[in-house]
Design a protein around this ligand. Structure first.
Ligand code: NDP
Length: 319
């Protein structure tokens, strides 16, 4: 079968491509610049790539850009979306590529009758950011939706971009009778295949290689291999539908730092919290629905170890 993965050079997408090739798929991988060696080298080296990987040039902001890559595909994995926080113009840098880009990809899918299902890489960002209180007893699940107003007020632009993109995707899918499934992971960590550092792994690197303080935040964490597998299961299992939260555990940075100290006692790891406020509360994220995709989560401690080992191997750790 032929499938398309958008933003294939990215952290999560690279693992999706790797697993798809392992399973025998022919993969059409869209990237912004197929001639940028640093971005595509790791993909071309994957097992099966020589025979079954094809690179396509496509940009989220170019109308019709994905038509060619998607045409004739059985399934499409739409992962491309900018993920960084340091933005000058949130509309142009994050929101437009996320929302217009998603619609752009979905429009290409509708034009190709061969496409049976689209798997969207959404985020917990589209689920958990609203006024509802979060305490260790609260269980966030797939029925939750982030509130765009809440995100705007807090200037959480990346979160807003993912919230609006998923919202637009469901609306479009409904209007166009498109079979859409979304995966909603939290902070994704684990081994990097790509050469460049991505935002969620940078958060771990920062704790061991630079920052004296750790953020006063409690985030959900999940291994990239579980995220990639979940995408493929969501595509292959006919009964998969709707959204799927992907969180192994919600853990405050103070705990992450403790785990890292245990794993790497000789490292200089961030010692104090960035502020004196009480630690941001943890909460729970339901693991019920994801069970139906047969995913058994890799424990956080292993995921953190895999992340650091990979950062070391890629010489992204500077000491
Ligand atoms: P990466 O930064 O590694 O990947 C992002 C990808 O999006 C890159 O391939 C990038 O291409 C592509 N992209 C960005 N802008 C454009 C554009 N204008 N046109 C075409 N492609 C573009 O991040 P991740 O792998 O972490 O993220 C992948 C997806 O997963 C995103 O949708 C993100 O929101 C989502 N996600 C990530 C989480 C995480 O913790 N990592 C958590 C939850 C969701 P290029 O290489 O050319 O820059």
């Amino acid at each position: 079968k032929v499938v398309c993965v958008t933003g294939a050079s990215g952290f999560i997408a690279s693992w999706i491509v790797k697993f798809l090739l392992q399973r025998g798929y022919t993969v059409r991988a869209t990237v912004r610049n197929p001639y940028d060696e640093k971005k595509v080298q790791h993909l071309l080296k994957l097992e099966g790539a020589k025979e079954r990987l094809q690179l396509f040039k496509a940009d989220l902001l170019d109308e019709g850009s994905f038509d060619f890559a998607v045409k004739g595909c059985d399934g499409v994995f739409h992962t491309a979306s900018p993920f960084y926080h340091n933005v000058k113009d949130p509309q142009a840098e994050l929101i437009d590529p996320a929302v217009k880009g998603t619609l752009n990809v979905l429009k290409s899918c509708v034009k190709s009758p061969s496409v049976k299902r689209v798997v969207l890489t959404s985020s917990i960002a589209a689920i958990a950011y609203n006024e509802r209180p979060k305490t260790p007893q609260v269980v966030v699940d797939e029925t939750w939706f982030s509130d765009p107003e809440y995100c705007r007020n807090l200037k959480k632009w990346y979160v807003l971009s993912k919230t609006l993109a998923e919202e637009a995707a469901w609306k479009f899918a409904k209007e166009n009778n498109l079979d859409l499934v979304s995966l909603n992971p939290a902070m994704v960590v684990g081994p990097l295949l790509q050469a460049d550092l991505n935002t969620s792994c940078a958060a771990v690197l920062n704790l061991i290689d630079g920052s004296e303080t750790f953020p006063n935040k409690s985030y959900g964490w999940i291994n990239v291999k579980d995220v990639a597998n979940a995408h493929i299961q969501a595509y292959e299992i006919p009964s998969a539908s709707g959204r799927y939260c992907l969180v192994e555990s919600v853990t405050h940075y103070s705990q992450i730092v403790m785990i890292l100290r245990e794993l790497y006692p000789t490292f200089q790891i961030s010692e104090k919290c960035v502020d004196d406020k009480p630690y941001e509360s943890t909460f729970q994220v339901s693991k019920e629905k994801i069970k139906s995709l047969g995913i058994e989560y890799i424990p956080l401690k292993i995921s953190l170890w895999e992340t650091v080992e990979s950062l070391k191997e890629k010489k992204l750790v500077h000491f």
